[in-house]
Design a protein. Structure first.
Length: 420
């Protein structure tokens, strides 16, 4: 057995404890190459060329590109296939002035096998929001038609569009995308837009303080075309706070009965102090056609101090996707006391629809109001006068604070709404 004396062990411990973060990361991955190997970046000039050259070179060689602590300035950056990037703590990558209305800062487009990893709250990518007084497409991170993408531990802030946009490209969806431990703050249009995705996983992320141009939500799930996909989309342990619009929107009305079935699972999601509703859902068709089949499930989630409803289901046709809220907790909704019915949760639509409204289920709901802003807990209204079916508010866990311990069904008070 080989033994070392204390006089040797102590200096060794001091040496390893003082290694810089970049060296420690390089030791973890023997293929890591520092950005500084490609030139002098982070000196206050335009670093786009060096970063793009480093990305291109390391992706071809199967190496990890490590961005050491520092401040970098870039024009749009494009990730090649097989890119692996680690941004160390205290990295700030700043968009340079002059981005055009359709320029995105970080582009993962029509490629596969891309990984971008940072340290939560300390690896920051940000744009120049104050400069963007028009347009809504200057996204911080754009994932289009890409496959096998991993985003972990970054901030994407201050964009002129979305913090992150996930959509189609050469293929009609992005696939196998994972975003976790990341934050998206002070973006102009959305914290995140999901247009077309298969096998998308969002976990432990925050979407905050979106404002500038509508919808200004935390997350907006909004296909553009009937050919778009929302298959196996999961959102877990995340939050939407302080956005000018809704916390999370399921706007799937542009899909139809011929689209791929929807599968969206949201769990442990919290919305707070948003300017719209905590949760908004719509699937209604403008014409006689039926809506897309599938299911949207929200479980064990909360809405706190949102300005409008805790949950609003608007123009939801019964012939398509099933919408289930399981164990939803709503605290102090209707913050400005100006909802048309002063309710915490609403299933409703205006005129013009031709299909039955329904297939909406609230199970195990808790609602409390300590501000005196609720007249009732639930309301269901159909101004299209076509008909309502399969709308349930059942097995409520706790209801407190509303002036009337009843609900409204098309304006008529009722103790429990359970339309078979």
């Amino acid at each position: 057995m080989i033994s070392f004396g204390k006089t040797l062990i102590l200096p060794l411990l001091i040496f390893f404890s003082q290694l810089p973060a970049t060296s420690a990361r390089a030791m973890e991955n023997s293929s890591a190459v520092s950005l500084t190997s490609f030139g002098n970046a982070g000196q206050g000039g335009d670093d786009t060329q060096i970063i793009q050259m480093a990305l291109n070179a390391t992706s071809v060689r199967g190496q990890t590109l490590e961005i050491p602590a520092g401040n970098y300035r870039v024009r749009p950056i494009y990730f090649p296939a097989n890119s692996t990037v680690v941004a160390d703590p205290n990295v700030t990558v700043q968009a340079m002035p002059g981005y055009g209305e359709n320029d995105r800062m970080l582009n993962i487009v029509n490629v596969q096998n891309v990984s971008l990893t940072g340290t939560p709250g300390q690896s920051v990518f940000r744009m120049q929001k104050a400069e963007y007084t028009s347009g809504e497409y200057r996204h911080c991170l754009a994932i289009n038609g890409a496959t096998n993408v991993r985003i972990d531990g970054i901030q994407c802030n201050d964009s002129g569009g979305d913090g992150v946009y996930i959509g189609d490209g050469l293929q009609q969806y992005s696939a196998d995308v994972q975003i976790k431990n990341s934050g998206f703050d002070n973006n102009r249009r959305q914290g995140m837009s999901v247009i077309s995705a298969r096998n998308l996983s969002i976990s432990n992320c925050s979407f905050t303080n979106t404002s500038g141009t509508p919808p200004s939500g935390g997350i907006d799930i909004e296909p553009n075309l009937a050919s778009d996909s929302l298959e196996n989309v999961t959102i877990d342990s995340s939050r939407a706070t302080g956005n000018a619009g809704n916390g999370i929107t399921f706007g799937i009305e542009r899909l139809n009965a011929g689209s791929a079935p929807v599968s969206i699972q949201v769990s442990n999601f919290s919305t707070q102090a948003n300017g719209g509703s905590g949760f908004l859902a719509s699937n209604g068709q403008d014409r006689m056609g039926l809506s897309v089949p599938g299911n949207v499930t929200v479980s064990n989630s909360t809405s706190t101090n949102d300005t409008q409803y805790g949950a609003l289901v608007s123009y939801w046709d019964t012939g398509g996707t099933s919408l289930v809220f399981q164990n939803l907790t709503v605290v102090n909704p209707n913050r400005w006391h100006n909802n048309v019915d002063n309710a915490a949760i609403a299933v409703k639509r205006g005129g013009g629809d031709v299909n039955l409204m329904g297939n909406v289920h609230f199970i195990g709901t808790s609602i409390s109001d300590s501000n005196g802003n609720l007249d009732t807990y639930f309301t269901v209204r159909d101004w299209s006068r076509v008909g309502i079916t399969q709308v349930q508010f059942i097995d409520s866990r706790a209801l407190s604070g509303a002036r009337h311990n009843t609900s409204l069904l098309s304006g008529v008070p009722t103790a429990v709404i359970n339309v078979p």
